[in-house]
Write a protein that binds this ligand. Structure first.
Ligand code: ADP
Ligand code: MG
Length: 267
C-alpha cells in the first residue's frame, strides 16, 4: 500500500484526534571537530494515537537518535516535537523530566534492569521516582507484572530469569507509571527469534488492550511487518518512506466490518 496523505481514522483509539507525536522538520546534528554529523536530518512524521509504528533502517541511520528525541532524552538541534500538543523542544528541564517519567515508557535492547534488585523492586522504581504513595505501589506493581505474566516471579533477581523474562520485566517497569506512549529501541535485539516474537505478541496485546501508542526501533523487517501497523524507514538521518502494513489493513477491515462496513484505506 503506498504512503497516503489522507488522515488516519484510527478508530481503535480514544476520541482524541490529536496525534500522539507530531515531528516537524526535526534535526539533530552532532559537531565533531570540523565536521557535523546529521544524525537526524529534517524529519517530519505524525504518529496517530494508538498506532504501533516500527522504525526501520540500517545501522547508523538515526533511529535511536530520533527515538531518544521523541522520548525526551535528548533535544533537537532544530524543529519541533509535539507530544499531545506540547512542544518538547520548549519544555524546561524539569518539565522534560516529568514528561519522561509520566508520559512515556522506554524499553531497551539490553533490558537495563538493576541486578541487585528483585523483579518487584525493579518494577517499583519508577513509582518511587514519581513519588507515588507507598500504599498504592504494591497494586500497581502487581498489575504491571500480571500484564506481562510474571506475577509469580516477583521475588526473583534478573540473573535468575531468561532473556525473554527480563525483557518482560523491563516492559512492566515501562508500563507501571501508565504512560501514554511506549518507546522500544531494538527490544528483540538480544533475544532468539521465538522469544522475540513472543515479546512482539505481548507489545501488540498491550497496544490493543491499553490503546497504547508504540514506537519501536528494529532492523527485523519481517517482525515489523507482522506486528506493527506502519513502517517508517530511515536512511542517513532522513525519513525515506512510511507504509501501512497488512496487519493494519486487516485490523481496519475487521473494525469497519463491525461498524460502518466502510473499508477506509488510511495508513
Ligand atoms: P541507529 O540507531 O539507526 O543505528 P543512531 O541514531 O545511533 O543510529 O546514530 C546516527 C548517527 O549519529 C551515527 O552516525 C552515529 O555515529 C551518530 N551519533 C549518535 N550519537 C552520537 C553522539 N552522541 N555523538 C556523535 N555522534 C553520534
Ligand atoms: Mg540504534
Amino acid at each position: 500500500m503506498p504512503p497516503s496523505a489522507s488522515p488516519d481514522p484510527h478508530p481503535l483509539n480514544q476520541p482524541s484526534h490529536q496525534p500522539a507525536m507530531q515531528i516537524d522538520h526535526v534535526s539533530r546534528h552532532y559537531v565533531m571537530g570540523e565536521s557535523a554529523i546529521r544524525a537526524v536530518d529534517d524529519v517530519s512524521l505524525s504518529i496517530p494515537t494508538g498506532q504501533f509504528l516500527a522504525l526501520l533502517g540500517s545501522s547508523g541511520s538515526g533511529k535511536s537518535t530520533l527515538l531518544n528525541l521523541m522520548a525526551g532524552l535528548d533535544r533537537p538541534t532544530s524543529g519541533a516535537i509535539f507530544s499531545a500538543g506540547r512542544n518538547l523542544a520548549e519544555l524546561s528541564p524539569l518539565e522534560l523530566a516529568r514528561y519522561r517519567r509520566n508520559t512515556v515508557g522506554m524499553v531497551f535492547q539490553s533490558f537495563n534492569l538493576l541486578p541487585r534488585m528483585t523483579l518487584e523492586e525493579n518494577v517499583e522504581l519508577p513509582l518511587r521516582l514519581a513519588e507515588v504513595d507507598r500504599s498504592e505501589r504494591g497494586a500497581r506493581v502487581q498489575e504491571a507484572l500480571e500484564r506481562v505474566r510474571l506475577a509469580q516471579r516477583t521475588g526473583h533477581r534478573p540473573s535468575e530469569l531468561s532473556g525473554g523474562e527480563q525483557q518482560r520485566t523491563a516492559i512492566a517497569r515501562a508500563l507501571v507509571n501508565r504512560p501514554k506512549i511506549l518507546f522500544a529501541d531494538e527490544p528483540t535485539g538480544n533475544l532468539d527469534s521465538a522469544t522475540g516474537e513472543a515479546i512482539l505478541t505481548l507489545l501488540r496485546e498491550i497496544q490493543s488492550t491499553m490503546g497504547m501508542t508504540i514506537v519501536m526501533v528494529t532492523h527485523e523487517r519481517h517482525l515489523a511487518e507482522k506486528f506493527a501497523d506502519r513502517l517508517a524507514t530511515m536512511g542517513d538521518g532522513k525519513l525515506l518512506s512510511t507504509t501501512a502494513t497488512e496487519v493494519h489493513a486487516t485490523n481496519h477491515a475487521a473494525l469497519h466490518a463491525t461498524t460502518s462496513g466502510n473499508r477506509g484505506a488510511g495508513q
